[in-house]
Design a protein around this ligand. Structure first.
Ligand code: NAD
Length: 401
């Protein structure tokens, strides 16, 4: 079955939703006219209205309807798909409301605020025979696709052995002053975010590790709130941050690959940022948060530069694979992820990253918190299957998950 055009809503019209909106508009501007913006929903209706005005520009002046309440929107509109970009603690309730109304969903990472929230989403999508896609753009970039090709298809580093990632930075404001002028957001509160950098941006990194090395096995980690910052509430009072700013994790995979991830925003001074992947005959190295610019170096000192590697990778793709990974020649990650969702909705196929994929990547992040909570290593399977939950218990209790 092929739906003519996907009748689409965006739910949560904040920062990241702006990147999604740009990506959908980019599709229309390329002549890929496979959807209509039907509704924009945000509790802040001014934001939703701003999105509606921009959407109208690429659909002949037809403005999507603006809603401040998802239930009203689902009652009044006939939708095929919804793109959920709300805060983490709402992902499950927003997504489940959509499934119950017969609407397919793409939801921003991490899938849910806890593992249990993620399972509820997966089960609800299954029960209502709906598509649940996790928005995950990083692996879709040419750099990470090239790394996967080098490791798994070309076997250029030999047998994969180890990985390392350091993301080390700190404040450039007076570190002794714990009272921050910035307003607190849902990100600084454990109950609304589920955690800080590890589960927020970090889930992209774990998705890459799973893409490169397969199923995780065990996690040992420490996670700390070293800065102890206090941010301002709406009323002007300072409230403590209740999520980590630092985590050090050792992660093993069922294949035997082992590695370390250091993620801190509590180390003022010189910052460090790199990714590396090591095998029995060589390594792949990239500066920055993700392997966007991978360099290959073999045991004999031979080096292949990032541009050559990425060009060779793109040239190696046959028409079917190129059409699947970079449809219409698109190489921009968010545009690729929203296209993948729209195409999955129209053709009733599985998106590249469904709810289970999203939950697996998220569960490694949860395992880092659970290991820190317990002070001992945890098995990935125990966290993924919601058997180890100490860190997450108060979040599940707060939202009755
Ligand atoms: N993929 C990426 O690179 C990336 C980057 C940033 C954020 N994100 C993800 O995107 C999501 C949103 O993050 P953000 O930075 O855009 O946050 P944000 O706070 O800027 O936006 C969230 C929006 O949701 C709205 N909202 C709150 N409650 C709502 C409700 N009940 N119904 C409808 N709308 C509601 C808020 O008013 C706000 O406009 C998160 O899951 C986050 O992790 C992903």
């Amino acid at each position: 079955m092929q739906t003519e055009k996907v009748r689409l809503a965006i739910i949560g019209c904040g920062g990241m939703a702006g990147a999604h909106l740009n990506a959908y508009i980019g599709l229309k501007n390329r002549g890929i006219d496979i959807f209509d913006f039907v509704a924009m929903c945000d509790v802040d209706t001014d934001r939703a209205k701003g999105f509606a005005v921009r959407a109208a520009e690429v659909q002949g002046g037809v403005e999507p309807k603006v809603y401040g309440d998802i239930d009203k929107m689902l009652e009044e509109e006939t939708l095929d798909g919804a793109d959920i970009c709300g805060p983490h603690f709402l992902h499950h309730s927003l997504a489940i409301a959509c499934f119950e109304a017969g609407v397919d969903v793409i939801v921003e990472k991490p899938l849910g605020v806890t593992v249990r929230a993620g399972w509820k989403m997966i089960k609800s999508a299954e029960a209502h025979n709906r598509i649940l896609a996790t928005a995950e753009q990083v692996r879709r970039w040419v750099g990470p696709r090239t790394v996967e090709w080098l490791i798994n298809k070309e076997k250029r580093i030999g047998a994969p052995r180890m990985f390392f990632r350091q993301s080390v930075s700190g404040t450039n404001k007076d570190p002794e002053n714990l009272l921050r002028d910035e307003m607190t957001t849902w990100r600084k509160d454990k109950l609304t975010s589920g955690g800080n950098g590890i589960i927020d941006g970090g889930v992209h990194y774990i998705d890459l590790l799973i893409y490169f090395f397969g199923e995780p096995d065990e996690v040992y980690a420490r996670s700390e709130n070293l800065n102890q910052y206090q941010f301002k509430e709406a009323g002007g009072n300072h409230v403590p941050q209740t999520v980590e700013d630092t985590a050090l994790a050792t992660i093993t995979f069922k294949s035997g690959v082992i590695g370390q991830w250091v993620n801190t925003g509590a180390a003022p001074g010189r910052s460090i940022g790199y990714n590396s992947y090591h095998g029995s005959i060589g390594s792949i190295y990239s500066t920055g948060g993700y392997p966007q610019s991978p360099e290959l170096q073999l045991w004999d000192g031979n080096v292949d530069d990032p541009d050559t590697l990425q060009r060779t990778y793109m040239a190696s793709l046959g028409p079917e694979e190129k059409g699947r990974l970079f449809p219409h020649g698109i190489t921009e990650g968010v545009m690729l992820e929203v296209y993948d969702f729209l195409d999955a909705v129209r053709t009733r196929r599985r998106p590249e990253l469904d709810g289970v994929d999203g939950l697996k990547a998220q569960a490694v992040c949860n395992a880092i918190y659970e290991s820190g909570w317990l002070g001992q290593a945890v098995k990935f399977d125990d966290v993924y299957n919601d058997r180890v939950t100490g860190y997450q218990d108060e979040i599940n209790e707060r939202w009755e998950i």
